[in-house]
Design a binder for this molecule. Structure first.
Ligand code: AMP
Length: 224
C-alpha cells in the first residue's frame, strides 16, 4: 500500500498519518522527522537542513528529493509506505511522480486534509510535543486534546508523561507564515503539488476543521 498524505502544518496530518500507518502497517516516512533526527545527531545533512528549517524555509530540493527517493528504496518500504511531508512543492511532486512511473509503482491513496490558514496557524502555536511519542495529540488551544495539569505542570493528554515541549519553529509566527505561504501556494508550492496529483489520480479530501476523532472517522470511511 503506497500512500501520500497532504495537509498544512497544524491540520493534524501527523496524527492522522499515524492512524493510517497503523491501519496498513507500512512505514510512516516523515520528511520533517528525518531532518530533525539528523539535526539532533549533528550529521552533515542535519547541519545543512537546520539553517533552512529554523527560517521556516524548505530544505533545497537537491538535498530533499534524493534523500526521500533513496529512503523509498530501503527494505522496509517493499511492503509499501506512507509519505508525509513530501512532496512539499511542485518540483518534488513531479520528481516523485516521474520516479514512481519509472519503477512502475502504483499510488494507492493520495489524501488531502483541508484546513484554512488561520485555524492552522492557531493550532500550531498551541501544539506541544510529548517526549514519549510525538504523535500523541496535545494542544493548549484545543479542548479535546488539551494537556492535563498535574502539580502546576502540563502533562501529555495520552500517556501522562511530564515532558511536553514546543518546537522552536512552532513558536515563531513569521516562520509559520512562511511555511503556510509555501503550503497554500498554488503556483509552485505544496497545493500546486496536490493539484498536480489531482490531475493524475484520485485524491481523497477530508475536512480537517473538526476534531481528531471525526477527521479519523471520515478518513477511514473514505479509505476503501
Ligand atoms: P515538518 O515537521 O513537516 O513541519 O517539517 C519541518 C521542516 O522541515 C519544514 O519547515 C522544512 O524546513 C523541512 N521540510 C520538511 N519536509 C520538507 C520537504 N519535503 N522539502 C523541503 N523541506 C522540508
Amino acid at each position: 500500500m503506497n500512500i501520500l498524505i497532504f495537509g498544512p502544518n497544524g491540520s493534524g496530518k501527523g496524527t492522522q498519518g499515524a492512524i493510517v500507518q497503523k491501519k496498513y502497517g507500512v512505514p510512516h516516512i516523515e520528511t520533517g522527522v528525518i531532518f530533525r533526527q539528523n539535526i539532533s545527531k549533528k550529521t552533515p545533512l542535519g547541519e545543512k537542513a537546520k539553517t533552512f528549517i529554523d527560517r521556516g524555509e524548505l530544505v533545497p530540493d537537491d538535498i530533499t528529493i534524493p534523500m526521500i527517493l533513496n529512503r523509498l528504496k530501503e527494505d522496509d518500504c517493499k511492503k509499501g509506505w506512507l509519505l508525509d511531508g513530501f512532496p512539499r512543492n511542485l518540483a518534488q511532486a513531479e520528481a516523485l511522480w516521474a520516479a514512481l512511473q519509472k519503477e512502475n509503482i502504483k499510488l494507492d491513496f493520495v489524501i488531502e486534509i483541508d484546513l484554512d490558514r488561520e485555524t492552522a496557524k492557531k493550532r500550531i502555536m498551541g501544539r506541544r510535543l510529548c517526549k514519549m511519542d510525538n504523535n500523541h495529540p496535545n494542544n493548549i488551544f484545543i479542548d479535546a486534546i488539551k494537556p492535563h495539569e498535574h502539580d502546576g505542570n502540563i502533562i501529555c493528554s495520552v500517556c501522562g508523561c511530564e515532558d511536553l515541549s514546543a518546537r522552536d519553529d512552532d513558536q515563531d509566527a513569521s516562520a509559520i507564515d512562511k511555511r503556510h505561504g509555501i503550503y497554500y501556494d498554488t503556483k509552485t508550492g505544496t497545493l500546486a503539488g496536490v493539484n498536480y496529483f489531482k490531475e493524475r489520480t484520485k485524491v481523497i479530501i477530508v475536512d480537517g476543521s473538526t476534531g481528531v476523532k471525526e477527521v479519523a472517522e471520515e478518513l477511514m470511511k473514505k479509505l476503501i
